[in-house]
Design a protein around this ligand. Sequence first.
Ligand SMILES: C[S@@+](CC[C@H](N)C(=O)[O-])C[C@H]1O[C@@H](n2cnc3c(N)ncnc32)[C@H](O)[C@@H]1O
Length: 409
Amino acid sequence: MDKVVQEFTEKVSSSVYKGTFVKLVLGKRVLDNQELNKIVVRYVKLQEKPNLQFVYKYVRQDVTKNFSVEDGVRQLETIIGNNFLSVVLFTTKEDWELKYNNKHVPKIYKQKPSFTEAADGQHDQVKKRLIETKDNVYLKSLGITDQKGEVIPSMNAKFRQVEKFVEIIDSLAGSLKDIPLVKIADMGCGKGYLTFAVYDYLTNNLDMHVDMQGVETQDSLVKFCNNTAQKALFGGLKFCCSNINDFKAEKLDMLIALHACDTATDDAIYMGLKSEAKVIIVAPCCHRQIRNQMKITENNVLFPALKYGILLERQAELITDSLRALILTKHGYKTKVFEFVEYDNTSKNLIITAEKGEELPKEEQDKIQAQINAIKNKFGIKYHYLEKLIENPIDQSWRILNAQCYKAD
Ligand SMILES: C[S@@+](CC[C@H](N)C(=O)[O-])C[C@H]1O[C@@H](n2cnc3c(N)ncnc32)[C@H](O)[C@@H]1O
């Protein structure tokens, strides 16, 4: 896919999950015999699930089709540039327009927002949460809700991250629906906020049969979570006290990790690759491993910028996650990177989603490896921890056993 189109569709996903999406309009139809003039895409909630509603505006009639967010985005990726040469994404923060020039080269333009109110997708319904908070045993046990079943204000940010993560899983769950028992692991699960919510949503809302494990090094948290799972009667959910790398998973269908510290995110991705998970979703945490390695010499054009500590830190984050996304792509995963919550919820607001596809031809893999090498060379990076895990499957005596966060969330 064209990288400008990908950048644009990532803005669409991001605005939907962040709640800033207003609508999207595809115009400038490529001339053919069809009588379709334009497509308007809106956000609607159907049976509490986020959907993208495509209204196809033909000369004589409108045709409406609803898609999950991910399917809708896939739909856009096939239409943009092939059937329509202009697309405008209206969000409450800004308007984004993607236009093709005469040589069929796409470019994105940013404008001030035309609208200030986001689409909430539920015109005539009382707003209901994706995760029901009333009488919810595990949310109360985890300290997210109070006696009345309301989210405790100090837990709002974490609960929003979890809800958004679940929304993203929902839109990627299509490939898991026909699996009789879906195997899932949540790596570096901590107190299990995400683990419980995902298990609850998949089993109780999507009626899936799930065998789920939360993996965590802190024994006290593991004990607490196993007790809570029993109280909530979640029979298919277990927590185990283990380092991610030692976790024995023959096969996983989905691997998730929310803010697994530093290289623990790489351990998680590696486990997903090793077990050939169909879906890998990680929201990375801190990024020390690459930052500690970066050597910016005075002849690097970015030297004057990266002598400032905070800019070096941001650059390290960017490079770490870019390399993760490239490594996943090289392994045949259809990979996306976008913001899943606002920056003021958490500065760690990037999410990497990867869906297993076909193995790439060798030349394609080599091309991606050359891109990875070029990035590493530019910043004096000897190795990316994830690459090293993949390259040394037998001897991993060098690996970091307990990654720690160096910044509070
Ligand atoms: C920042 S917390 C996030 C917890 C949880 N996912 C959440 O979002 O609430 C990271 C957790 O990862 C755990 N952790 C770090 N390295 C790990 C490893 N290699 N294996 C298993 N757990 C790890 C830590 O003990 C900690 O509980």
